[in-house]
Design a protein around this ligand. Structure first.
Ligand code: ZN
Length: 228
């Protein structure tokens, strides 16, 4: 049976996917979550994702697709022997790029969702403010959406609520959804595997903090304008 008003969220336990989980809870009657083990160094991620889903009363599925990390050993998120790029190298992607990751995630998510009668998929990818990973771009998502529909003869819809939001706007969305503190204190975005405000110096922490500061400044300015 098809559930028109149901969605499956790809949840990693980070700021973006957690915000998407609560976005989905606002827009759909039934929400489920799927989290992937892809050979990441920090297994705490999946524990955090499970806790967030459980606390939000969302059925949680953990899927092991760690084969992906054995196929390409050049990624610093899955290979401990590789030091993480601090900056984006000139003409290529930083070694935090996991080739094919979002394609594989969304494909497995779609197969799982279909078996549950769910055809809305939600992912926290964004074109703004990131390292420009090709599998975070809108063109790719639209293309994969068509491919999934053709592959299974279904009408999936991939929702990307963060696609055009920079990090400060993702914080704003979390605040609008009433989960600002939850996202700030319970999620894990840090490349060094430290929850909440993280290590403070890795690229993911820097991006998260800069976005937070930008959002809070904007909020204070707005409040002041209101009072005057
Ligand atoms: Zn960090």
């Amino acid at each position: 049976m098809k559930h028109q008003n149901a969605a499956l969220v790809c949840l990693s336990g980070g700021q973006d996917s957690t915000t998407c989980l609560f976005w989905a809870k606002k827009h759909f009657e039934c929400v489920e979550a799927v989290c992937f083990i892809y050979g990441q160094k920090h297994s705490l991620e999946t524990k955090i994702a499970e806790k967030i889903a459980t606390d939000a009363n969302v059925p949680f599925k953990l899927m092991d697709i760690s084969l992906i990390s054995q196929l390409d050993r050049n990624c610093s998120l899955t290979n401990s022997a590789i030091e993480m790029d601090k900056e984006k190298p000139g003409d290529t992607y930083p070694n935090t790029f996991v080739p094919g990751r979002n394609m594989v995630f969304l494909t497995f998510a779609a197969i799982w969702a279909r078996s549950r009668g769910i055809f809305n998929l939600v992912t926290g990818v964004s074109e703004a403010d990131y390292s420009g990973y090709p599998d975070c771009r809108d063109t790719f998502i639209r293309s994969l959406n068509v491919t999934l529909n053709l592959a299974m003869d279904e009408q999936f819809v991939i929702h990307t609520p963060l696609m055009n939001r920079d990090k400060s706007e993702v914080w704003q969305l979390a605040d609008e959804l009433g989960v600002f503190d939850l996202v700030r204190n319970e999620t894990l975005t840090c490349n060094n595997g430290i929850p909440a405000d993280g290590c403070g110096h890795c690229p993911a922490c820097k991006l998260r903090r800069e976005g937070l500061e930008k959002y809070l400044e904007r909020k204070i300015r707005k409040n002041n304008e209101h009072q005057n």
